[in-house]
Design a protein around this ligand. Structure first.
Ligand SMILES: [Zn+2]
Ligand SMILES: [Zn+2]
Length: 259
């Protein structure tokens, strides 16, 4: 029995090693399309140019990109002017547009878990001060049912990759869904907020782990910020000192599209 087990383990090891070898022999491919690139894990120039990194001006609190510099004079977006979120700041690497979807959708739904690290690198760039201040990293928890269907949790993969890049501890099970929530996709900002209010809870052991500490909350796509707000409130109520939010992509606020 032990010999059979050892053999299986060995053959698994050989398979992994030969896959690695294959990677080394085949020309590296772009992460988003099939074109050849110089180095493994890179984007081709066309796919890279299709991404829109979020740069100033943006809301200094929630990080939502402004459409032009004039909107940045107030420093805060309309939503934050009406009421500040309970997280201290939020940042994202890219606008969630057609270019970003070419990376995010295969990562979310296409088993492309290899995209976690390259996405996390861009998040680490966009959220460098947040990552530097963070004492604990935790993902927005996935829906249990959706998690089963997908087999992996993309926010947790991003959190782990950010932990690897920063050396900060990652608590993948810190937050959990306290109740089921319907999909938010077709809902407006106010309806989203009402839907997720109180939907998240800190695990019983998690409270001790975050008491008095700064938590970096990680998600793949930030839309209205309602989920980030609900998670942040749960973390603060459980004793976190402060919460900041880092996402791979950010849906621009429709109110900021023009004017
Ligand atoms: Zn490409
Ligand atoms: Zn804002």
């Amino acid at each position: 029995m032990a010999a059979g087990q050892a053999l299986r383990r060995l053959s698994g090891g050989v398979r992994r090693a030969s896959l690695g070898l294959l990677d080394a022999l085949l020309p590296p491919r772009c992460l988003a399309c099939e074109s050849e690139v110089q180095t493994q894990g890179a984007l081709c120039p066309a796919c890279f140019a299709g991404l829109t990194p979020i740069t100033a001006p943006y809301c200094e609190r929630c990080g939502v990109p402004f459409a032009h510099a004039g909107q940045g004079e107030a420093a805060l977006c309309p939503g934050c002017r009406r009421g500040l979120p309970c997280f201290l700041s939020a940042r994202a690497a890219f606008r969630y547009d057609a270019g970003a979807k070419r990376l995010i959708l295969p990562f979310k739904h296409g088993d492309r878990t290899d995209l976690a690290l390259p996405l996390a690198r861009q998040m680490a760039r966009a959220g460098a001060p947040l990552l530097a201040r963070a004492e604990v990293i935790a993902p927005v928890p996935a829906h249990g049912r959706r998690l089963l269907r997908r087999r992996y949790d993309q926010a947790a993969l991003l959190a782990r990759a950010l932990g690897t890049l920063s050396g900060r501890p990652v608590l993948p099970d810190l937050l959990r869904r306290a109740r089921r929530t319907p999909p938010l996709a077709d809902k407006g900002a106010a309806e989203r907020a009402a839907t997720v209010d109180g939907a998240f809870a800190v695990s019983p052991r998690g409270g001790a782990a975050i008491a008095g500490r700064r938590v970096l909350l990680v998600d793949d796509v930030m839309t209205s910020g309602a989920t980030a707000e609900a998670c942040s409130r749960a973390l603060l109520e459980a004793g976190a000192e402060a919460v900041e939010v880092l996402a791979a992509a950010r849906v621009p606020d429709p109110r900021l599209r023009d004017g």
